[in-house]
Write a protein that binds this ligand. Structure first.
Ligand code: CP
Length: 335
């Protein structure tokens, strides 16, 4: 039996702490040969800069081979529905894709964003679940409705700057963007901060911007277990007050999922949620981060992005180290 890396719910706090310890060692000493003769397929159904570069390079730094495929672009489009008459755009079915790739490579990593049409359907995360069902090798999530690799990088970055993160105030703030974006990073940020016992505040414009109840419940249960708190707020000043770490992300309002024009009428009233120096001045000298990519002077000001307290580049770098640690773990490899 092999392990997958689909979400951090399946991994304990101490397992994640171990991954971060190994990631810190890899940051000091990046090159090893554990993956000599191992190969990985990286399937991108959506664009990427950081994820693609850090996975390809990370596998190479461990002596392995990475094959990048973009189904529908440089590889055949894939059908994920069962029993369907395939007279649409997709040329092959996940059953064959997963079976064939399993004969070629030692692990498959997938990025598959939701389609932004029907949340009840998208939240089932059917694409990655289909890979798990039909492959015979470990499956890695490179962002679907959660972004667990980003979670590891975020926690590695927070531990470096905060030391002990337990009961430190973690602010996840919604921020403006002209389009309704994926909730994955926000779901993940709530999950990891609460798993590590931080006092979590979720700041969003109104109840339409609350995250899916599954992720609110995960955060609530994690906080209960860790003896920390989960606060939901629509008050900007109160939320920033005394925060130890500020994490920004924009996402679409779930009640308007699949209806971007209607959602925009609401969202456009909240451009003032952009992270700026005044808001950061209310914090407990907090560090600021974002998963990137980030539209400057829309999600956060130039002053915030160029400040000493912005650790977004460090978090992006840490993606490389945590992913290598996670992949080594999947194969029971040590450095
Ligand atoms: N944060 C992140 O996943 O970046 P990319 O979309 O560039 O991969």
């Amino acid at each position: 039996m092999y392990k997958n890396f689909i979400n951090t719910e399946d991994w304990s706090k101490s397992e994640i702490e171990d991954l971060i310890d190994v990631a810190n060692q890899l940051k000091e000493s990046p090159f090893h040969q554990n993956f000599k003769n191992k190969s990985f397929a990286l399937l991108f159904l959506n664009p990427s800069m950081r994820t693609r570069t850090s996975f390809e390079l990370g596998i190479q730094q461990l002596g392995g081979t990475a094959i990048v495929l973009q189904p529908g672009k440089d590889a055949w489009g894939i059908e994920f529905e069962e029993g369907i008459v395939m007279n649409g755009d997709a040329e092959e079915h996940i059953k064959e894709v997963a079976a064939v790739l399993s004969t070629y490579v030692d692990a498959i990593a997938i990025r598959a964003f939701p389609k932004f049409q029907n949340w009840d359907y998208d939240k089932q995360d059917n694409v990655i679940k289909s890979f798990v069902k039909y492959s015979n090798v470990p499956i890695i999530n490179m962002e679907t409705i959660v972004h667990p690799c980003q979670e590891l990088a975020l926690m590695m970055t927070m531990k470096k700057h905060l030391g002990k993160v337990e009961n430190k105030k973690f602010l996840l703030t919604w921020t403006y963007h002209p389009k309704p974006l994926n909730t994955a990073v926000a779901n993940s940020a709530l999950s990891i901060a609460s798993k590590f016992g931080m006092d979590v505040t979720l700041l969003c414009p109104n109840k339409d911007y609350l995250l899916d109840k599954k992720y609110l419940k995960i955060a609530e249960e994690n906080c209960q277990q860790q003896g920390s708190t989960l606060t939901i707020s629509h008050d900007i000043e109160e939320s920033y007050n005394n925060a130890d770490f500020v994490y920004a992300k924009s996402w679409g309002a779930l009640p308007y999922y699949g209806n971007p024009e209607e959602e925009f009428k609401i969202r456009r009233q909240y451009a003032h949620f952009m992270v700026d120096e005044h808001k950061m001045s209310l914090t407990n000298q907090a560090k600021f981060s974002h998963c990137l990519p980030l539209r400057r002077n829309i999600k956060a000001t130039d002053a915030v992005m160029d400040s000493d307290y912005c650790v977004a580049i460090e978090e992006a770098e840490n993606r490389l180290h945590v992913q290598k640690a996670m992949m080594l773990n999947l194969f029971g490899e040590k450095i």
